[in-house]
Write a protein that binds this ligand. Structure first.
Ligand code: GLC
Length: 625
């Protein structure tokens, strides 16, 4: 039955009286963007207004179900909207199973996280995954249920509460782009439910798929070629950008939008504070394009943000958009989208890849081009910087910076990829991922310690250089001006896990190299200053502690790239009094310092005028006069 209530009344109706006035204020503040973006997307449908009103009622219910402690957190965060950009914020990313066995085991590792100074924990997918291989949980079978192998919904709520008490915010993936082929929506579609079939992009024959394929890219060209999969039950082709068992959702259907925003807010009510919005670039399909970064994908994210700002304003949205540098800023809603806020945080994958590129080339040209192409951000928004993560280092995001258009650009990136695969006597022990030819690069896999030479080091000097390279890359992530995120095991120098090769369902996906189980024997060495692990751990902790002392290292503080007489050196100024001087080469280089006297924050040594940087050395210089 149609209700006569306005959208606002539908939103407020389920709420207790005490929450209504504030909810109405927030609605008034965000209504224009919310309504306007959804009208752009769905306004052409006859049922748009009733759908919008129903959505408001669902949101009102979710708001009413928000626990008091989280309502309190919302109120606090509204008073300090840039809390996550502080120089004391530090992220850590890991698989639940690899780190703690299950959610309770993760809780037992909180002391380790606190010792490092972690304030933000990204747990890779922990919801019930597809039966069988599930792309590390990225094929979700239920958004309402924790994977029974990892615990229960109650365990999740207990973990988020414990983390919160320890000053750590939990970040969860929200896999927006696709669901598993055994998710209830996919099963219903296979059984002939017409409404559920509309949750997906399906085609009776190859006509449309072939037309789309003409301009689509490939995510896993070797392991999962093509973007469409024929489903025998449906007798139709289904859009599957990633693996064939990951069915892309059809956001042209407003029911999908409602279902996904409700899934997000349901998890937020269990205490998840940050959502890593997986594969955000792919949400909207348009023939004749690569179906990435479409304007509609941004409108969807802006509408989601407006909803979060109304219902759960303490929650953050983080874009996982692994796209070329110029396409990245739009994920903050800063440009070209009518100025509405979008995500709070976005992965800076170009910076990450360019840091590795600089190591391989012993030259910082690419890196400096990326730093120059990184614009200042709107208030209360920040980059996420990192050295490694569970995915490959994707090289194609650097095509813009890799030189003039033409075959030299992919060839240059392919040379970098082959370096990390150990070519020509390189120290790196990694794998080239999904490359389609020798002169094109796709990605590189491997744990940071293996890629920087710790795995191959045969003597003390090689070990020393590998350690320096690890600290160099972490120093970049920590001083760039971002929320830096460590990857599980990198703080201890954990190396590649080759066991995936024996599993037929994983052997073709070398991203498993960088997904080893947490090594407690290395953890035990972290305070042993004679061990490699101990030196790395204390080196990292020193940088983390130094960082948190400097306001100039907060994510939003200004950064300036200083000219350098040697291409191997990156000279990154933060504010007027902090300088990261990093030598990305195996030669000693002499550098001119800016005016004044400086002290290296790590060694305490005072310098001025000219300084000599040994191979792969980094100085974190603080101005003393
Ligand atoms: C993201 C994840 C990656 C996964 C893909 C598909 O890129 O980081 O691991 O394979 O999405 O869900």
């Amino acid at each position: 039955m149609m209700s006569d209530l306005t959208p606002l009344e539908r939103l407020l109706e389920p709420l207790p009286t005490a929450l209504r006035a504030e909810a109405a204020r927030r609605y008034a503040r965000h209504e224009t963007v919310l309504f306007e973006r959804l009208a752009r997307l769905y306004g052409g449908r006859r049922d748009f207004l009733p759908w919008f009103c129903d959505l408001m009622e669902s949101l009102g219910r979710l708001h009413a179900a928000r626990p008091a402690v989280l309502l309190q957190l919302d109120a606090e965060r509204l008073l300090q909207p840039d809390w996550f950009a502080s120089q004391s914020m530090l992220g850590y990313s890991t698989y639940v199973q690899r780190f703690g066995g299950n959610l309770n085991g993760v809780a037992e590792r909180i002391p380790h996280l606190r010792e490092l100074g972690v304030t933000y924990l990204h747990l890779l997918p922990f919801l019930r995954p597809r039966a069988g291989e599930s792309d590390g949980g990225f094929a979700v079978a239920s958004f309402d249920e924790v994977d029974p192998e990892l615990g229960s919904n109650a365990d999740l709520e207990a973990l988020t509460a414990q983390l919160r008490e320890s000053g750590i915010s939990l970040c969860s993936d929200l896999i927006l782009n696709h669901v598993a082929d055994d998710h209830a929506w996919a099963l219903g579609a296979k059984q002939g439910d017409p409404l559920l079939r509309e949750f997906f992009h399906t085609y009776p024959d190859r006509d449309m798929p072939d037309r789309y394929e003409a301009t689509l890219g490939q995510i896993f060209p070797q392991a999962a070629p093509g973007n469409f999969t024929f489903d025998g039950s449906l007798q139709r082709w289904v859009w599957t950008t990633f693996y064939p068992y990951q069915w892309d959702l059809n956001y042209a259907n407003p029911a999908v939008f409602t279902a996904m925003i409700c899934a997000m807010l349901g998890l937020a009510n269990r205490g998840v504070e940050v959502f890593r919005l997986d594969s955000t670039a792919f949400l909207w399909k348009r023939e004749g394009t690569d179906c990435m970064n479409q304007p509609e994908a941004h409108w969807l994210l802006q509408a989601m943000r407006a909803i979060v700002d109304i219902v759960a304003p303490g929650v953050l949205m983080k874009a996982e958009a692994i796209v070329a540098t110029p396409k990245l800023p739009a994920y903050f809603g800063s440009e070209g989208n009518g100025g509405a806020p979008e995500c709070h945080i976005a992965y800076h994958s170009s910076l990450m890849a360019a840091g590795w590129g600089a190591l391989a080339e012993q030259n910082t040209d690419l890196l400096r081009a990326v730093v120059r192409a990184t614009p200042a951000l709107p208030p209360s928004a920040c980059w996420l910087s990192y050295v490694r993560c569970h995915d490959d280092i994707g090289w194609n995001v650097l095509l813009n910076e890799a030189g003039e258009n033409g075959p030299a650009r992919p060839a240059r990136l392919a040379r970098i990829a082959s370096f990390f695969a150990g070519a020509n006597g390189s120290y790196a022990r990694g794998d080239a991922f999904q490359s389609s030819s020798l002169d094109k690069a796709h990605g590189s896999n491997g744990m940071a310690a293996s890629l920087t030479g710790l795995e191959s080091a045969a003597d003390t000097q090689q070990t020393e250089f590998a350690l320096r390279r690890l600290l160099l890359l972490h120093g970049l992530a920590l001083s760039f001006g971002a929320l830096p995120m460590l990857y599980m095991g990198d703080e201890l120098g954990m190396t590649n896990d080759y066991s995936y090769i024996k599993r037929p369902d994983r052997a073709m996906d070398s991203r498993w190299l960088q997904r080893p189980p947490f090594d407690d024997s290395l953890l035990a060495l972290r305070h042993d200053s004679g061990s490699v692990t101990g030196r790395l751990f204390s080196g990292l902790r020193q940088l983390i502690a130094l960082r948190s002392r400097h306001d100039a290292l907060a994510a939003g503080a200004p950064r300036t790239l200083l000219p350098s007489s040697d291409g191997a050196v990156l000279a990154l100024m933060r504010g007027p009094d902090f300088l990261n001087l990093s030598n990305f080469s195996g030669d000693s280089v002499a550098c001119d310092l800016p005016e004044g006297r400086w002290r290296d924050g790590v060694s305490g040594v005072e310098v001025s005028g000219k300084v000599s940087l040994p191979p792969w050395a980094m100085l974190w210089l603080e101005r003393t006069v």
